[in-house]
Write a protein that binds this ligand. Structure first.
Ligand SMILES: Nc1nc2c(c(=O)[nH]1)N[C@H]1C(S)=C(S)[C@@H](COP(=O)(O)OP(=O)(O)OC[C@H]3O[C@@H](n4cnc5c(=O)[nH]c(N)nc54)[C@H](O)[C@@H]3O)O[C@H]1N2
Ligand SMILES: Nc1nc2c(c(=O)[nH]1)N[C@H]1C(S)=C(S)[C@@H](COP(=O)(O)OP(=O)(O)OC[C@H]3O[C@@H](n4cnc5c(=O)[nH]c(N)nc54)[C@H](O)[C@@H]3O)O[C@H]1N2
Ligand SMILES: [Mo]
Length: 759
């Protein structure tokens, strides 16, 4: 069977292929940056924004969560950060006239790319029951509608409050406060699909679910392993840090099924030498089979245990628990079977081992290539075992470095956006605000979808994000969302979630990071926490896209007043006027935020405490760092099938598509491509340039199909394939998730490829 991809808008998906590049950044990146920025923002706003991004008196880049160093360049941004800024600061507008001209059915037929390109939303919009179009609505009426639906629920647990990771600390704190005063812990967030596996594994093993290294540690490390991450595209400023480490003598190993250009050679646009020649970053490239990382680290651990004097015995004795059981499991690992899971040769593992044994300060960095598998939590625990063995935690230049995605995803969690809050957090909230927060756990992302599907949840509220496109099993999820009584999206830009609605729907347009935020108490700043636990202020400086926008804190406070009424014990009006009053409360509820207002006044902000990093104190159940001894797992792929990972192109930010190119991978003008190893393609009879459907096979027997992908012969690991998300989310079964963390296993989807004629 052959089917065609969805059309309905003028954007043509017709990929052209030129083969992968071997270097990242440099002059072409600057050219792309300026062109994209000026197309969206014009010359003036380009200058106004790009000189302020990541400066101490400016705003935090709405791109990724990579930290800024203490010394800033005039241009402290990267190509993809500039694209994120340009998307937000665009001069294009989506007005009520736009919604009058485009019924919801029309919006639903458009691609995510087209929707995003229409610009900033300028007014609150309402889709009444049975209506074909959104219509303009006042803010008062919008909050009254939310109050109507929320107060009509049989239980507060029938409401879901989703957060995407751009939300400031202040807005996030208010949202969780409102949800809990309303009576639910249903606070799913994008983290559930992202680094939840890292949080689960790290909390259990070292007692803190966050990374343990600072930017200085990266600079000082002598071995950095980058596993399952593509920094050239997703964290470009990390390349400068790797370059700096390299210049100081560090070695770099990258572990990836794909040879990613950014790790091969980095041309630093901030230095003349970098522009011309660049620096090769990888010393060793381990082209691992998808899902083979736990096996790889288990083998390295086995070899470390066998090598004379390689274990840091004093550290193990003093600071760890569970060593004997772990060591027995690692010693017993079967070479053949474990090696087969990695797809690597023994010589490569031994080469890596030599580098590991020569290192005194090792850091492991990772992202979605490790977190989005069934055995993701076990994999990250094995990384922790690896670091513990040689005492690589809690000393300079060493530690765990899960590289976060969204610019404030880590801060949102610190502020209490979590469906399973700790009793200590709830106690502090209760003491400060004087109401009894619910104690039972709420729904994460996957459970929220099931609750909507099964009629157990009826109101869906999203603080940012694009829920139906970012989540797995698109058809199931969209049908689930359509069952809701009310869907509400606090958004800057149009996306598919605005077209897949409940019986009634609201779009509440909001200020972005780059916008000036003025409230009754004067000009406001917000704060964010980066991937390394640094908290700092962010101030937008642009005139907002429209006078009708409200800030995220204002939206939450007004919603709270409409829903909770005069019975609420919380001073919502004060919070809206002056965000400093929110921070005063955060200071009393969240550990590490004492003196919050005073400390963010300092340029650069402050660093949150981290027991394992600061003093080798491990707040785990055993009071020590825990070794774990899980059996090695890896995906088993039936003959004739491939293991598909769903990943990002260079021209997208999650579900926001900036353009149709993936420059470093040599793809132009289209996104419906599937990268397949030429030998696998040969065996499967898939000619380069032919078209195929991707059909996912899962134990529920349901056939999930993504039609019309162009086959690209590409040097990925054998047995593996890659295609872009969100187009492939239709293939990821809702129930295919990681053990413990429940993160969708969107990097290990078993697929068969069915040929179709050219689209
Ligand atoms: N420009 C831009 N920046 C972004 C984003 C964006 O979309 N665009 N998204 C942000 C967000 S929310 C996040 S979470 C991060 C995501 O950052 P990344 O995790 O870098 O994003 P992905 O594109 O999902 O890339 C996953 C990488 O892991 C590799 N990989 C896949 N499977 C495996 C495996 O089994 N083992 C190993 N070792 N490697 C594997 C892939 O080949 C790829 O290089 O980036 C953030 N920054
Ligand atoms: N198959 C597959 N699925 C994945 C992944 C994968 O690798 N593969 N990755 C997962 C990961 S790591 C993540 S983090 C999720 C991302 O999931 P989400 O965070 O839900 O998705 P985004 O695409 O980042 O959300 C983009 C929307 O956010 C809104 N927005 C942007 N800025 C602001 C702002 O300042 N305020 C408000 N209120 N709204 C704003 C805009 O309307 C925009 O359309 O997707 C996950 N899904
Ligand atoms: Mo993410």
């Amino acid at each position: 069977m052959a089917s065609k991809p969805p059309t309905g808008d003028p954007v043509q998906d017709a990929p052209q292929v030129a083969g992968p590049q071997h270097a990242a950044a440099g002059l072409p990146a600057i050219g792309h940056t300026l062109r994209m920025a000026q197309q969206q923002m014009g010359v003036r706003r380009t200058a106004q924004t790009l000189l302020k991004v990541n400066q101490k008196d400016g705003f935090d880049c709405p791109g990724c969560a990579w930290p800024e160093g203490d010394k800033r360049h005039t241009a402290e941004f990267c190509e993809n950060g500039a694209k994120a800024v340009a998307e937000e600061a665009t001069l294009r507008r989506v007005t009520p006239d736009f919604f009058a001209a485009h019924p919801v059915a029309d919006l639903a037929s458009r691609s995510g790319y087209w929707l995003g390109q229409q610009g900033r939303i300028t007014q609150p919009m309402y889709l009444p029951e049975g209506a074909e179009r959104y219509e303009a609505v006042t803010w008062e009426r919008a909050f009254a509608i939310i109050a109507e639906e929320l107060t009509a629920l049989e239980s507060p647990d029938e409401a879901l409050f989703y957060t995407s990771g751009r939300t400031s600390n202040e807005a996030a704190f208010l949202l969780q406060l409102f949800a809990r005063e309303f009576g639910t812990n249903n606070l799913p967030d994008c983290s559930n699909m992202c680094h939840e596996s890292s949080g689960s594994a790290l909390t259990e093993t070292i007692g803190v679910g966050k990374g343990s290294v600072s930017l200085e540690d990266i600079h000082e490390a002598d071995l950095i392993i980058v596993a399952g991450q593509n920094p050239g595209t997703n964290h470009p400023r990390m390349l400068s840090a790797l370059e700096k480490a390299k210049t100081a003598g560090a070695k770099i190993i990258s572990v990836n099924p794909l040879p990613e250009a950014g790790m091969e050679r980095f041309k630093n646009p901030q230095t003349p030498h970098g522009m011309l020649k660049g620096v090769a970053l990888n010393d060793l490239f381990l082209q691992i089979r998808i899902g083979g990382d736990q096996a790889l680290f288990r083998l390295l651990n086995k070899l470390i245990l066998e090598a004379e004097g390689a274990v840091d015995e004093a550290f193990v004795r003093e600071h760890t628990h569970g060593y004997e059981e772990f060591a027995a499991a690692a010693r017993a690992a079967d070479w053949e079977a474990t090696l087969a899971a990695t797809g690597l040769g023994r010589a490569e593992i031994e080469q890596a081992l030599a580098m590991v044994l020569a290192s005194k300060r090792t850091i492991v960095c990772w992202a979605m290539g490790l977190t989005q598998h069934k055995h993701a939590v076990q994999t990250i625990r094995e990384v922790v075992n690896f670091l513990l063995l040689r005492g690589n935690i809690g000393r300079p230049g060493a530690g765990v470095c899960p590289v976060r995605g969204h610019s404030n995803v880590q801060g949102d969690r610190t502020m209490g956006i979590f469906e399973r809050p700790s009793p200590a957090f709830l106690d502090a909230l209760e003491k400060e605000f004087g109401f009894a927060p619910p104690r039972h756990h709420g729904f994460d992302v996957v459970r929220s979808i099931r609750a909507l599907r099964d009629g157990e949840a009826k109101v869906f509220f999203a603080m940012g994000g694009n829920f139906v496109s970012a989540t797995p099993d698109t058809e199931v999820t969209e049908a689930a969302m359509r069952r809701a009584r009310l869907t509400v999206h606090v958004s800057t830009k149009l996306n598919r979630s605005h077209a897949v609605t409940g019986t009634r729907a609201l779009i509440l347009p909001t200020l972005g990071r780059t916008d000036k935020d003025v409230q009754a108490g004067g000009r406001q700043v917000v704060t964010v926490e980066d991937s390394m636990g640094m908290v700092h202020a962010s101030r937008g400086n642009l005139t907002p896209a429209s006078p009708h926008l409200l800030s995220e804190p204002a939206i939450v406070t007004r919603m709270a007043r409409a829903v909770l009424g005069p019975g609420s014990v919380t001073p919502w009006e004060d919070f809206e006027k002056d965000y400093g009053t929110i921070r005063d409360r955060i200071a009393r509820v969240v550990p590490g935020f004492e003196d919050f207002n005073a400390r963010i006044a300092r340029p650069g902000g402050f660093t949150l405490p981290h027991g394992p990093r600061d003093e080798r104190r491990f707040p785990t159940a055993t009071g020590k760092a825990n070794f774990t001894a899980a059996p090695v797992e890896f995906p088993e792929v039936p003959a004739g099938r491939l293991l598909l990972q769903t990943l990002r192109s260079h021209d997208q930010y999650n579900t926001t598509i900036y353009g149709l190119d993936d420059r470093y991978r040599g793809i132009k003008g289209g996104r419906r491509v599937v990268l397949v190893n030429p030998e696998d393609a040969g065996e499967l009879g898939l000619a380069d340039g032919s078209y195929t459907d991707l059909v996912s096979e899962w134990k529920d027997g349901v056939e999930r199909r993504a039609p019309g992908f162009r086959v690209v012969h590409y040097p990925t690991a054998r047995g593996c394939a890659a295609a872009y998300y969100p187009e492939t989310n239709v293939l990821v079964p809702l129930d295919s998730t990681a053990d413990t963390s429940n993160t969708p296993a969107s990097k290990s989807v078993i697929v068969r490829l069915e040929q179709s004629p050219p689209a």
